[in-house]
Design a protein around this ligand. Structure first.
Ligand code: K7E
Ligand code: CUA
Ligand code: CA
Length: 655
């Protein structure tokens, strides 16, 4: 198909969807011209008199779009709990977030790659050890860009143990332990720039007894020379991308696989045998014009067992200083399907998003610059790897036209898929079997079942339990990138929005507008009974815990001073302590309170120290006492009727 054919197709679908003319004209201009301006200035204004948000009034019936929606049935009244957790990435805030679903209430922000003075993340020694320091003691990085959060699996569903998320900026993988909902590990992924897609495996392809996550796969979006040490800078044809496998438990990088083109999102099969990644830059372009020059890009599939066998047999190399074994997954090195490590399935055009259907059969890749989604049959992919199928393209079993700018797809477990349409500002519901029948030649069948407007420009879309075998088909959340008129204005920077859609019936129903901080990308909606948190820390988990108020003391070794301190409402274990100007002071604070939710804080004026300790938790900070004088060390977290009185004096003596 030539590029003018594509424009033709787009124009046709524009005419089909004539009611969004303004948007679509802008989109068309964007696609035909500069590309990057697509749809951005084209958000629809609501009809005069239409309810802008139906979420505010309990039980009231609002006209939302064309359908009458009663929000009351989804209201979570005071004192009631949500049915689901939504775990969300925080984009360039560098954090992750925990919401309730369907309420949309924000429960927690989990600091990861960012600094957070509420918890003391990036301030305490414990969090700094996780974040990683340079030789001079400063933090290695203080920014991050989290795009995707995914949970650990047992038996094809969430086991509530871990979440993983990526830092696209600095190519780091972070793990969150879900019992405390805190980040417990961050690692650097070597040889990689623009680490974007991420997905845990769902079982082991080699050992049938291992039915839980043991690997996390990571995709590289930006191609670079390898090693990236100044060589081949002006020769983009010699830039490559790398697919990385990390051990889920040890968080060590196990292996890497070099690929042609780039990697964007990542999906894994339910049987553990395959991982896949959509590629929008098979052109190896360095400008967006180059990156969108080909009619088709690809979804590359990784044969995990073969890659690990190749590593075992020593068919690998290393890059630069990195000791990680790398195998060659490029096309040239994998011409024979029977030994190939990778299979490149052609997919139109600059695809985005690859999602595994919960029946385990397919990967669905969204076309982005093509108005289509591509359904890849994983059984046929194995046939190709067996040598029984000649052309990788023969693994494609459907390619329905869904609308403009398809990005991500969620599933309901009833055979239907829900794809976000960035340019159309819609969610489209389509049936996978019908799409397959249509692709086979049945002209009577229309796979498109329903469309609903969202406000506006959705990116990620995901369903409740939708990435598990326990998919329940109740809710879809549309992660919208633009809001404009949907909320009270807060200045030029608008909040983003996650719109909640009821997908339990034939027709989708928009049931709530939830504002969210910029900029969530991906989320997962997890049944609440999958998550079992601990409400009190274990006093023994910190080796330096101050286990008794009687153990509070100041210890000096030369210029290094350690203050062993406890907190117990409404007092710190030491009412005052004295150090000398020039001392390097470490304060170790254990919260001896055992009452759930009885958190204390510790802040020191002029020393940039601020953190909290939860019941039975210990944290520490180290700083230089460089100015003489009185410093009121105070509790920052309202803990007691005498909270304001909960203070200690740090006396810094003149040197
Ligand atoms: Cu998951 Cu936003 Cu990084 Cu698609 S990406 S929208
Ligand atoms: Cu302790 Cu406020
Ligand atoms: Ca491309």
């Amino acid at each position: 198909m030539t590029s003018s054919d594509w424009k033709e197709k787009i124009i046709t679908s524009l005419q089909d969807a004539g009611r969004r003319k303004f948007l679509n004209t802008a989109a068309l201009a964007g696609l035909a011209g500069t590309g990057l301006s697509v749809g951005l200035s084209s958000c629809k204004k609501p009809e005069p008199g239409a309810a802008v948000s139906g979420a505010g009034k309990i039980g009231a019936t609002h006209a939302l779009g064309s359908s009458n929606v009663t929000y009351g049935e989804f209201e979570v009244p005071p004192g009631q709990l949500d049915q689901y957790y939504t775990f969300s990435s925080g984009g360039h805030s560098g954090e992750a977030r925990v919401y309730g679903c369907p309420s949309g209430r924000l429960f927690k922000r989990i600091p990861i790659f960012n600094l957070d003075c509420e918890s003391g993340w990036g301030i305490t020694n414990e969090s700094r050890a996780i974040l990683g320091a340079r030789a001079d003691g400063s933090l290695k990085y203080t920014t991050g860009d989290t795009h995707h959060v995914h949970g650990s699996y047992t038996d094809g569903t969430y086991d509530g143990k871990y979440l993983w998320t990526n830092d696209k900026i600095h190519s780091r993988l972070a793990r969150i332990r879900l019992d405390y909902m805190v980040c417990d590990k961050i690692i650097d992924i070597p040889n990689v720039q623009g680490f974007h897609g991420i997905f845990p495996d769902k079982r082991d392809p080699l050992d049938p007894k291992i039915n839980h996550t043991t690997r996390v796969f990571c995709g590289q979006e930006f191609h670079v020379p390898q090693p990236n040490d100044g060589r081949d800078e002006n020769d983009p044809k010699k830039y490559y991308c790398i697919f990385t496998c990390v051990d889920a438990e040890s968080m060590k990088v196990r292996w890497q696989c070099k690929v042609d083109g780039n990697l964007d999102l990542v999906a894994t099969s339910y049987d553990g045998t395959l991982a896949g990644s959509n590629q929008y830059n098979t052109e190896n372009g360095v400008t967006y014009e180059e990156m969108m020059s080909a009619e088709r890009d690809a979804c590359v599939l990784f044969n995990i067992a073969r890659i690990e066998a190749a590593i075992q047999s020593g068919r690998h190399y290393t890059i630069g200083d990195s000791k990680v074994p790398v195998v060659d997954g490029t096309k040239d090195a994998n011409k024979d399907p029977k030994t190939a490590l990778t299979c490149y399935v052609p997919v139109p055009k600059n695809p985005h998003g690859v999602n595994a259907t919960p029946d385990g059969k397919y990967f669905v890749c969204s076309g982005k610059l093509s108005p289509t989604t591509t359904v890849i049959d994983l059984g046929l992919v194995h046939k190709w790897f067996d040598g029984a199928l000649k052309d990788p393209r023969d693994t494609v079993v459907a390619e329905p036209e869904v609308g403009l700018g398809p990005l991500h797809t969620g599933f309901d477990g009833r055979g239907n898929a829900y794809t976000t349409l960035f340019l159309d500002s819609q969610i489209v519901k389509w049936n996978i079997d019908k799409a397959i029948a249509q692709f086979k030649g049945d002209k009577q069948v229309d796979p498109i079942l329903d469309r609903i407007d969202v406000h506006y420009q959705p990116g990620h879309g995901f369903t409740s339990m939708g990435e598990t075998r326990e998919v329940d088909g109740k809710f879809f959340i549309s992660g919208n990138k633009f809001t404009k008129d949907r909320f009270l204005p807060v200045g030029p920077r608008h909040p983003d929005q996650e719109q909640l859609i009821d997908i339990s019936g034939d027709k989708m129903r928009l049931i709530a507008d939830h504002s969210v901080d910029p900029e969530p990308h991906d989320s997962i909606i997890v049944k609440r009974d999958k998550i079992r948190t601990r409400q009190i820390n274990d006093l023994n988990e910190h080796p330096l815990a101050v286990k008794d108020a009687k153990d509070c003391r100041v210890e000096r070794k030369g210029k290094k001073v350690t203050v062993h301190l406890t907190s117990q409402a409404p007092a710190f274990g030491l009412r005052e302590f004295t150090v000398r100007q020039g001392d390097e002071v470490t304060i170790i604070l254990t919260n001896l309170d055992k009452v759930e939710d009885l958190t204390h804080g510790l802040a020191i004026p002029m020393y940039d120290i601020n953190f909290v300790v939860n019941p039975q938790q210990t944290k520490s900070v180290t700083f230089k006492a460089d100015r003489p004088g009185v410093n009121w060390v105070y509790c920052t977290n309202f803990c007691h009727a005498l909270h304001l009185e909960m203070r200690s004096r740090m006396l810094v003596e003149q040197a």
